[in-house]
Design a protein around this ligand. Sequence first.
Ligand SMILES: [Mn+2]
Length: 325
Amino acid sequence: MMNLMMNDVKELFNLINNSQNICIAGHKAPDGDCIGSVMALYEFLKLQNKKLTVCIDGKIPFNYKKLVDEEVILKEYNNQKFDLLFILDCSDAERLGKFKDVFANATKTVCIDHHKTNQSFADINIIIPSMSSTGELLYDILKTSGQRLTKEAATYIYIAIVTDTGKFSYSNTTSDTHRKTAELIDLGVDVADIDNTVYNSKPSNVVKAFIDCISSIELHYDNKFGIASITKNILENNEVDMGDIDGVVEFIREIKEVEVSCVLKEYEEKNTKVSLRSKNNIDVSNISVRFGGGGHAKAAGFEIHDTVENTKKVLIEIFKEYLGE
Ligand SMILES: [Mn+2]
């Protein structure tokens, strides 16, 4: 934990002590880091007898369902006010989706995040882009309390780390990440059990939808750019939700020559979400920021209000700058 953050961390625990009604919010279309971080903080604060509300916009993917009591998630936001709001793994308040107004209505706000595009928009901002995951950063923060984490809290932190590091394989994985993970295992995390829950649990229709997405792959610029789409058609044909299909963009990156992989997600006819992954030197967060999105050098995303087909053309054109002759 960086020294310069310690004042913010102390202030954070002061705020917890002085607040009764606390909200914990993650980003829309939640992933493992979002869910793991939110639920770890929830477990931690539960022991302090706070009134807790969780805001996550979007379905909890099937593999995380048994890890989250969906009863604790607020269904609709009706201008409830909170003494203290935690915003986790979000580079801006818009990422709260249908819960974005919770930010303006909270007395105090704390943002904990590792996206380098984060603009430090809350009252207290603990943003460390060198952290593999928000979960890893949250672990550092919670450890300073001196309170021993429960096995449940440790497990949520582990899920956040294991998913955002691609099972400890991405370049965001550090020796510190591994040391902290070792501590989590000492706290009782069952590594193989979590692997089965998070990764080895896909319903067959989800795998079929995945195959359909992969079949749509196009390769450009001597196979250096790979792009595929998750269309509403594929989702409907296989009866799956968007959030259930994970790993397409990482799968495309497995192609030897691919430098940048891209997946287009058709949410509405004119609302396409773009996910980008870079293998080596291209910083995809720069491209994402151009379109009002955020992310990391090797993993970033944004939305375009246009069709999948038009968005594809735009992206192929953009990567000509980077990967064309
Ligand atoms: Mn994250």
